[in-house]
Design a protein around this ligand. Structure first.
Ligand code: PLZ
Length: 447
């Protein structure tokens, strides 16, 4: 990787036990002021963050292996992003693109047309969150096709708004008691190589979906298929090769809009600009957010011009969508990603991490599967000698790693997946230290 200069020392350093007294005091205040429904995986409060470290209000330096859920790929305070934000904020923070437009929005749209897969004519709309991007991709697909049904998959995560809750698979905590949900959403079996019957190919897994779609919905009623090319919250599930391509081809022939939800996988995370590229998929519409703007809230849909331009003027938008400060941050972030060749850096991280996790699997016997792409890597924890999920061990490992100064996120339908999503600018040394803590903890917990 091109050498990076960091503002904060890139070291794990604990000066109190966790949470320290200042974090504990904030937790008390929080309980009296913030709704209980908002959780935090880690009970320490942040004072600063840079590169691969998070410094808490008690002065502890933690290794960040989560990037705020795959957001801060260029770090949480990259100087180029911070400067672009300050510069734009000094001029105007908002005018509303639907009232008085500005160039930053147009430039982001031009960038996304060039970066996303496919050479076709494309159009873009900007939003504030991944869920909002997903909602709007479905709106466009329905209007453009004149059809209503939408297919989503087992283990899918697409957001917390009403339509995206309907698309999301997991009940607890995302959906339970929040219904009724939006209608015309159909759920299909995902390709999940670790848990599918042995030898099931991607094409066969796709045929299983296709025959169900034809029997239960019919292509004449189906507006869109939405899928994460590597599933995120559901457990970093990488479908078998050929699964995505077979579905995309079936959709293309039947005028079903193929939507790739790349909110978590996009922007260099998986070792390519977009995960669709690993399978040579050219989605009709791509949803994006998270990594796009170095931590500022921005989301987008980019897709076929003929689909997006079907929508009547005024049919898409929102007060803050494509906020000028967020657009400035995105333009700076994309420059940094190119300058540092972060897709290549994600592949380097994969090459450094995968062998260590495979060795740990052989040693401990509780890792049923090691999977992922680029710097989106996971281990699925199971009871020894079985494929039975072990969510208790998973939770214990994340908690113990935190107490030693490593922020590790979990995920998965069964709560038994530890996922690694380090900032792509993390140093080799810090990444190695974080992994050695994970290894130590897992060895101790399974002894
Ligand atoms: N699509 C593929 O991963 C967000 C959400 C965590 P928003 N994932 C993290 C949580 O518990 O809320 C996500 C995603 C994919 C859509 C979304 C939604 O993006 O920006 O959180 O709305």
């Amino acid at each position: 990787m091109t050498p990076i200069s960091y503002r904060l020392p890139q070291q794990r350093n604990l000066v109190t036990s966790l949470p320290g007294p200042r974090s504990a005091a904030l937790t008390t205040r929080r309980k009296a002021a913030v709704a209980a429904g908002v959780g935090s995986s880690v009970p320490v409060y942040v004072a600063d963050a840079d590169g691969g470290v998070i410094v808490d209000v008690d002065g502890n330096s933690l290794i960040d292996l989560g990037s705020g859920i795959a957001v801060t790929s260029v770090g949480a305070s990259h100087p180029a992003v911070a400067a672009a934000v300050a510069e734009q904020a000094a001029h105007f923070t908002h005018t509303c693109f639907m009232v008085t437009p500005y160039e930053g929005y147009v430039r982001v749209a031009e960038e996304l047309a060039a970066l996303t897969p496919g050479q076709h004519d494309k159009r873009t709309v900007l939003f504030n969150s991944g869920a909002e991007a997903v909602e709007n991709a479905i709106k466009v697909a329905r209007l453009a096709t004149g059809k209503t049904a939408v297919v989503a998959f087992d283990h899918a995560y697409h957001g917390r708004t009403n339509l995206t809750m309907a698309l999301t698979a997991k009940s607890m905590p995302y959906k339970a008691n929040f219904g009724p949900f939006a209608p015309e959403v159909y759920r299909m079996p995902m390709s999940y190589p670790y848990r599918d019957e042995a030898g099931l190919t991607g094409e066969q897994a796709a045929q299983r979906v296709i025959s169900r779609m034809e029997a239960q919905i019919g292509a004449d009623s189906l507006a869109a298929i939405i899928i994460e090319p590597v599933q995120g919250e559901g457990g970093f599930i990488v479908p078998a090769p050929g699964f995505l391509g077979t579905l995309a081809e079936w959709a293309r022939q039947r005028e079903v809009v193929f939507i790739a939800d790349e909110v978590q996988t996009g922007f260099a995370r998986t070792g390519a600009w977009f995960a669709s590229e690993h399978e040579d998929i050219v989605p009709d519409i791509i949803t994006m957010a998270k990594g796009i703007a170095g931590g500022m809230p921005l989301a987008a849909i980019t897709g076929r011009a003929d689909l997006l331009d079907e929508v009547h003027p005024g049919g898409l938008g929102g007060t803050y969508g494509g906020n000028p400060v967020a657009c400035a941050a995105a333009l700076a972030t994309l420059d940094v990603m190119r300058e540092l060749d972060l897709p290549a850096r994600a592949r380097e991280i994969e090459a450094a991490v995968m062998p260590k996790l495979h060795a740990l699997a052989a040693e401990t016997g509780v890792i049923g599967d090691v999977r992922g792409r680029g710097a989106m890597i996971a281990i699925e924890l199971v009871r020894p000698g079985t494929s039975e999920p072990d969510p208790v061990l998973t939770k214990a490992v994340a908690a113990e790693a935190l107490s030693r100064g490593v922020v590790l996120l979990t995920c998965g339908t069964y709560g038994n997946v530890i996922r690694l999503l380090p900032p792509l600018v993390i140093s080799d040394e810090l990444l190695a230290d974080g992994l050695s803590v994970l290894a130590d903890v897992l060895r101790e917990q399974t002894r």
